[in-house]
Each structure stands twice: as C-alpha cells, then as structure tokens.
Design a protein around this ligand. Structure first.
Ligand SMILES: [Zn+2]
Length: 109
C-alpha cells in the first residue's frame, strides 16, 4: 500500500465537498469555511469579506492572532491569490478589522 503524499491541489484527511484554501498567514491549507476571506476590490483595496460574498479575487486567512500576525510580518510583496501588492500598513488595517470582529464575537458569547 502506498500512502499518497499531498501534491498539487488536494490535501488528505479532509472530507470531499469542502473547498480548501491556503491561509495567507500560516500557509497551511484548511477548509474555506474556517477562514476569513479577503477580497481584492476592483478599485485597488483589499478588505476582509466576512460574508464571503464580494466578487473578484480573494485570499484567505485564519481568524487567529497567530495567523494575523504572520500575515502582517510576511515578506511576501504580492499575494498571488489577491493579485495585489499589499504593504504592511494595509495588512495591519485588515488584521485590525478582523481582530475587532473577533473581539465582538467573544463578547457575544
Ligand atoms: Zn493560518
């Protein structure tokens, strides 16, 4: 028996039917539904898209402090999934928005 290694686009261990995306922070693949979508607006900006409804290119990020921090500190200049360059200030603004949203959710619970 050969244990298949994950190569191109499939990851093992996740039930079919759940689309996967790569987190821009930890760079691990996970279920899309476990992450926050970042939408690249046609006008140029990138915004968190909590409802995952915005059209256009999108990137994904785990709503975790660790992933948000890694995303901000990333040396990547342009995110392929977004087709956008995003400077540190822009990333910080995005992660702050997500953090604020997380805080709100925590308070509700
Ligand atoms: Zn992550």
């Amino acid at each position: 028996m050969v244990t298949r290694r994950k190569h191109s686009h499939r990851t093992g261990g996740v039930a079919p039917g759940y689309p996967e995306r790569t987190c821009l922070g930890c760079l691990e693949r996970d279920r899309k539904s476990a992450m926050v979508r970042l939408a690249a607006h046609p006008g140029g900006g990138v915004e968190p898209d909590f409802e995952a409804r915005a059209a256009g290119r999108g990137g994904y990020l785990h709503p975790r402090t660790e992933c948000l921090g890694r995303f901000v500190k990333s040396r990547v200049r342009e995110f392929r999934s977004l087709r956008r360059g995003l400077d540190r200030a822009g990333r910080l603004r995005i992660t702050e928005t997500i953090e604020a949203r997380l805080d709100t959710n925590r308070k509700l619970k």
